[in-house]
Ligand binder design. Structure first.
Ligand code: NAD
Ligand code: UD1
Length: 312
């Protein structure tokens, strides 16, 4: 049994990870400022520190554990996950998304008398920008378009510093578009599947930014947390980065068709201007993930969307 810290553990992906780690009989501490996360996402047996990931005192307190022994590892997921929000609140999202990560790496360096603790953290497909050489491999030149993508790339660069200069081992995952139950559908900044699934289920129109031919690689949250837990179990050194993706492409128009079929409804689409900095094609190559961890994403879109619609 180990004790892990999850930053952002009251959010969508973080709360699924907390459930999984607790089911595997680990102890869990969560650090979250509840900005997009929700208290009701916190599993009853997880310890919660309400605080800001860019505040060194809050991070240190969370990493000390409830017994002062210190945690065995950190899953760093706290971030402002919306690309669109990073356009509107540039400096504020930068503080959380980049300074928050450096704060976590620094605290991980100092966390234990026995040495630094390992960190598994969320990077993003957004670091590739509008690169059409799909499916994208990890060694493509990063060319992010958004402030969000630039900050995630900065996290990867600081992870290299964390290892080479500070001795903190990290594994970064470039999540593609993650979806599943519990993803908040109520904000305009939410992931597209959560918004469309809710609206199609209720027979309400959907808004498509642009022509709807933009393509994403949608990954089910259950696969994501299984792979995060697997990575932490491995003893790792260095500062490796992996795509976390399926390799399968789905356009928004296709996504809508599938949702309508599953719900047995037909909704109206309103096309609006494309979002500034929106990526046209985002499809990852999962080969390195497969060869390193001997696993792949297993949940197909139909199965994942059904689980999303039924909330399980
Ligand atoms: P989410 O918004 O549901 O979760 C983020 C959590 O971080 C929330 O609980 C929020 O309250 C917390 N948080 C935000 N700012 C904080 C701060 N300053 N201090 C402490 N806590 C803070 O989003 P998610 O989809 O679960 O994303 C989790 C991670 O995965 C993020 O790092 C995100 O950038 C990354 N990611 C997500 C996707 C996706 O498709 N959902 C894709 C690529 C990367
Ligand atoms: C998403 C994640 C981001 C992650 C990235 C990795 C969220 C909120 N964002 O960004 O954290 O790093 O994937 O690939 O989970 N759209 C509509 N109508 C809507 C909502 C969205 O047409 O009502 C379109 C958007 O313009 C975009 C696509 O759907 O073209 C996907 O948007 P969104 O779900 O916000 O995700 P990304 O911007 O890809």
């Amino acid at each position: 049994m180990a004790h892990y810290l999850i930053t952002g553990g009251c959010g969508f992906i973080g709360s699924h990870l907390a459930d999984r780690l607790l089911a595997d009989r680990h102890r869990v501490t969560i650090l979250d400022n509840l900005s997009s996360g929700r208290l009701e996402n916190k599993p009853a047996t997880a310890r919660l520190v309400v605080g800001d990931v860019a505040d060194p005192d809050a991070v240190r307190e969370a990493m000390a554990g409830d017994d002062g022994e210190g945690v065995d590892g950190v899953f760093h997921l706290a971030a402002v996950a919306s690309v669109q929000k990073s356009r509107e609140l540039w400096a504020e999202t930068h503080r959380t998304n980049l300074l928050g990560t450096v704060t976590v790496f620094e605290a991980a360096r100092d966390a234990r008398r026995g040495g630094p603790v390992p960190v598994v953290y969320a990077s993003s497909a957004a670091i590739y920008g509008d690169n059409t050489n799909t499916p994208l491999k990890e060694d493509e030149l990063p060319r992010p378009l958004s402030a969000y993508g630039v900050d995630k790339l900065g996290c990867e660069m600081h992870a290299r510093v964390a290892w080479t200069i500070q001795g903190v081992p990290t594994v970064g995952f470039r999540f593609f578009n993650v979806y599943g139950p519990r993803q908040d559908p109520m904000s305009p900044y939410s992931g597209v599947i959560s918004i469309f699934a809710r609206r199609v289920a209720r027979g309400e129109d959907v808004e498509i930014h642009g022509d709807g031919q933009q393509v994403r690689d949608f990954v089910f949250v259950g696969d994501v947390v299984r792979i995060l837990a697997l990575a932490m179990e491995r003893r790792f050194a260095g500062a490796q980065v992996y795509n976390l993706c399926t390799g399968r492409a789905t356009s928004l128009v296709m996504l809508l068709e599938v949702l309508q079929e599953l719900c047995g409804s037909k909704v109206r689409r309103r096309h609006t201007e494309p979002r500034a900095g929106d990526i046209r094609m985002s499809i990852g190559d999962p080969s390195l993930l497969r060869s390193t961890f001997d696993t792949m994403c297993q949940v197909g879109l139909l199965q994942g969307l059904s689980a999303t619609l039924t909330g399980r």
